[in-house]
Design a protein around this ligand. Sequence first.
Ligand SMILES: Cc1cc2nc3c(=O)[nH]c(=O)nc-3n(C[C@H](O)[C@H](O)[C@H](O)COP(=O)(O)OP(=O)(O)OC[C@H]3O[C@@H](n4cnc5c(N)ncnc54)[C@H](O)[C@@H]3O)c2cc1C
Length: 405
Amino acid sequence: MAEVRDILVVGAGPVGLTAALAVRATGRPVTVVETGGADRVRPGSRAIFLHRVTLDVLNRIRPGLGWELVHRGLTWRTKRTLYRGREVFRRTYAPAPADVLPAATSLPQVVTEAILLEASHQAGVEFVWNQEVASASARGDAVHVTTVHGATLAARYVIGADGSRSAVRESAGLRLEGPRTSSAFVIVDTAEDAANPLPLERVFHYEHPSVGFRNVLFVPFAGHWRVDLQCRPGDDPDGYGSDTGVRDWLARVMPARYAERVTWVSTYIFRQAIANRFADASMRMLLAGEAAHLFAPFGARGLNSGVADAFVAAQAIDRALSATTPEAAAEAIGDFAEARRAAALRNRAASSDALRHLEAASPLRRAIRRTAALVAPGVPAVGRWMDRAPYGPPLGGVDRHGMYY
Ligand SMILES: Cc1cc2nc3c(=O)[nH]c(=O)nc-3n(C[C@H](O)[C@H](O)[C@H](O)COP(=O)(O)OP(=O)(O)OC[C@H]3O[C@@H](n4cnc5c(N)ncnc54)[C@H](O)[C@@H]3O)c2cc1C
């Protein structure tokens, strides 16, 4: 019989690490089991934008952690929006006072993960590396986890933070539901030229004239620029994402030297999917992060809401472990599952709004955008709308756990 731990987290991605830290903040021991090795370097470039609320949650989990991300990231304070090359909106915010968290910080996801991993070691999280979970099943008071190498682990509660192909989710009989978007995006990271840096501005171009009137977004993050090109229906995203394709269009929208400084390219068709439930029938397996939801990144809701999932899951498990009846324990987990699924539904609605606006698939939507661009210089509210709409409505709500969504 495997030793029965209190809490096992599957997956040492940013959400699994946050969940482990949040469990340690409740004073309980926690083990993370991860398919990769301790010294792995994760490929790819994903989340670069962490909202203030996320930094605040991380500070609550471990004092100073959110601040560390701020110090390693950068905070841009100017945003600009252009329509067919003509500026329709510009705003520069005052810097936050030194003791107040900024509105956001922008840094590579690999740096965020390295900071969370270091914090996890310091907090005494136990790791089991190089073990891919094959299945998990709830029996009696415990969840039994088996790895592809035949190791078994058992815990009273399991947080499945094992990403979009979650083995925990599959084992629990839960499924992701939701559509794939129709538009393809080419996402490029290119290294900042430190000797001659560009102004730190987030710039969105509706219908950039230099790339056949396709939408282009520029976001600075620590040491880099993220550039998103929205393909049009009928485009070949692989062509735009190839070495020569990227060099060609990037040099038309940025100083040409940035085409020689590309560090990462990927092409995406995004999925907007949410698990049908965030906890299994036994109320012992909980889902968090991409195991539970996938959103298009406009509005930066994926990792930001994954951090909230992780925090609420750890709190719920703490309540469940302290509960005096099985019913009270199940209720604590049920509260988590309901609240975080509701947040995911709101996040998906918001990122779907953003996508509809970006795609402007109907003549009416395109006409509204064109008219808005004409009047924006004289009507500030319209300019603000044009600037905001590519990221979806501001969320700003607080659920009953005090978590923003
Ligand atoms: C282009 C792009 C840009 C994005 N930008 C943003 C942004 O700016 N802000 C934002 O909030 N979000 C953003 N996101 C989303 C963000 O990247 C994800 O939400 C985040 O990576 C999810 O983290 P996770 O820990 O849930 O999953 P993952 O990062 O996928 O981690 C899962 C972990 O589980 C491990 N694992 C998987 N299967 C098993 C198994 N069977 N057994 C053991 N371990 C396993 C994996 O090795 C991995 O370590 C973006 C996404 C993309 C694609």
